[in-house]
Design a protein around this ligand. Structure first.
Ligand SMILES: *[C@@H]1O[C@H](CO)[C@@H](O)[C@H](O)[C@H]1NC(C)=O
Ligand SMILES: *[C@@H]1O[C@H](CO)[C@@H](O)[C@H](O)[C@H]1NC(C)=O
Ligand SMILES: *[C@@H]1O[C@H](CO)[C@@H](O)[C@H](O)[C@H]1NC(C)=O
Length: 267
């Protein structure tokens, strides 16, 4: 993927330390594929695209809204380019089972294990899950507060990367939790516009004041700025980033962890 953005940092001196801890994104139905499909890993959205690297924490917490067949890939490669992985399928087989599939380089056929836990997902409501993996090879899935899968691999695959996917007719809206500090950097995409829900618009405002005001608000994900008319539109958090081409506008989003993680530039 080629990213056509220029990194622009505006360092503000106020409002530093806002904790932005949810990344929203959507996965489209990937069709009838799973660990048995060659190259299935290409259909997963890697959390490394969002600069989320949970290898050291050994768990991820997410909320997903999907009707069925929500998949989590635990891969030995940070960008999922490996055929050593675990695949967890939530509400597979017509919402009746959890599947845990293990694929190893040494074998063409994955092993699957099923767990009788039906109806964990809901088409119209986000449901919360935690996937944990221990050095010992133990992998657990918690749905809400209940442990719904607990399995131990006797020859553990070291996990470096995480992928998410929906398939078998199902789309998914994901919210992945992470914690990072906003340290005052923004990145701006010239000729682009965050086509998203706004929470307010200011006129006659400089880009510096606009960024300072956004920095003060935890609900502000970034802003659209029109230099000519000095219009600043504050973009609300809690929604996926959707960009449109718009001449004369620039879409700024907050960066986390210094300037390594800037939603508007990496999506
Ligand atoms: C393995 O998965 C297939 C579907 O992908 C299923 O039909 C089969 O019952 C599973 N086997 C076990 C042991 O869970
Ligand atoms: C999904 O959530 C909605 C809204 O809370 C609820 O009315 C519905 O019964 C749920 N469906 C299932 C299958 O749990
Ligand atoms: C913007 O500021 C200029 C001068 O500072 C003023 O003349 C103009 O009326 C202002 N426009 C708006 C929409 O407030």
């Amino acid at each position: 993927m080629i990213l056509s953005w220029i990194f622009v940092a505006i360092l503000t001196s106020v409002g530093l330390g806002n904790l932005l801890d949810y990344i929203w994104f959507e996965t489209k139905n990937s069709g009838s594929i799973d660990a048995y499909t060659p190259n299935v890993v290409d259909s997963y959205t890697s959390l490394s695209n969002y600069q989320i690297y949970p290898a050291n924490n050994r768990f991820i917490k997410f909320h997903v809204k999907a009707c069925e067949n929500a998949f989590v890939l635990l891969s030995s490669d940070i960008n999922l380019h490996s055929s050593n992985f675990y695949e967890i399928c939530i509400d597979g087989h017509s919402k009746t089972q959890i599947y845990l599939r293990v694929r190893r380089k040494t074998s063409n056929v994955p092993k699957n294990h099923s767990f009788d836990k039906p109806g964990l997902l809901n088409c119209s409501e986000h449901r919360t899950f935690i996937v944990k993996w221990e050095e010992s090879g133990r992998i657990t899935l918690t749905a809400g507060t209940e442990v719904v899968m607990d399995w131990t691999d006797t020859t553990p695959i070291p996990i470096q990367g995480i992928g998410l996917m929906t398939g078998w007719g199902s789309d998914g809206m994901w919210i992945v939790e992470h914690s990072s500090l906003f340290t005052g950097y923004y990145c701006g995409v010239t000729g682009s516009f965050g086509d998203m829900t706004l929470f307010s618009t200011s006129h006659n405002i400089s880009v510096i004041r606009c960024s300072s005001e956004c920095a003060l608000s935890e609900d502000c994900l970034g802003f659209n700025f029109q230099r000519k008319k000095k219009i600043c539109q504050f973009v609300a958090g809690g929604q996926p980033v959707v960009k449109s081409v718009a001449r004369g506008w620039k879409f700024y989003t907050k960066c986390l962890r210094e300037n390594t993680m800037c939603l508007g530039c990496i999506v």
